[in-house]
Design a protein around this ligand. Sequence first.
Ligand SMILES: Nc1ncnc2c1ncn2[C@@H]1O[C@H](COP(=O)(O)OP(=O)(O)O)[C@@H](O)[C@H]1O
Ligand SMILES: [Mg+2]
Length: 257
Amino acid sequence: MPMNDNALTFRIRNLDFYYGPSIALSQINMDILPQHVTALIGPSGCGKSTFVRCLNRMNDTISGTRVEGEILLEGEDIYAPEVDLVGLRQRVGMVFQKPNPFPQTIFDNVAFGPRVLGMTKDKTELKEIVTKSLKRAAVWEDVKDQLHDDALGLSLGQQQRLCIARVLAVQAEVILMDEPCSALDPIATGKIEELIHELKELYTIVIVTHNMQQAARVSDFTGLFWLGELIEFSETKKLFTNPKHELTEAYITGRMG
Ligand SMILES: Nc1ncnc2c1ncn2[C@@H]1O[C@H](COP(=O)(O)OP(=O)(O)O)[C@@H](O)[C@H]1O
Ligand SMILES: [Mg+2]
């Protein structure tokens, strides 16, 4: 059933992306549905990170880059000149491969965004946001007695969930995750996967992963990137059991990539 633009979180049409003269993404078309998990897979260097960074204009900070085509977020062109980048990155948050908490307390890490954005009227409200975000990110039980300790003292898995709490604290609608588990052990990875499952009730999630089993476990839709092109994009079950494209079949069976 075709959805209108506003019912989609992202509508991406004919997206090309250039680093200087070299093209990194070519003619990408994708619809990203709200409250679903979309996984992006493919070999290293095929454009997955470049693509997710287009979704909140993080690539803008790299000089000499150029975007062509269209990315609509709930019907609005995110590359339109009047778009407020701070507001965009608040709505579309990002979690990176390596957890990157600030060298500050756990509380201050989560409070940072709401403070900068002036989201709360007093301390009580700020505390409420911090608590709620830590709970939603499934890290509250781990940290509730040490909110004023240095965040860098946490395990990597806890740090990653703290980074997710930071995104939730500014009331993001979309969470982009670029290989969020690749620095984590299997138990910490399992916790993040469980969390992704819970978060999709409220948020739209786009996750880059080099782990195909992870894509199969956590996502509703999967896209396979290959040399800057989106080779196949479909329901996860379909992509893994009945791929349309030969390259997809070769990649998921381990014959290529
Ligand atoms: N900052 C950059 N400047 C120039 N080229 C880049 C930059 N980042 C990535 N690339 C190039 O763009 C292509 C896609 O990279 P990337 O999006 O990081 O792929 P992936 O995340 O799938 O590993 C690669 O050829 C990479 O070398
Ligand atoms: Mg990458």
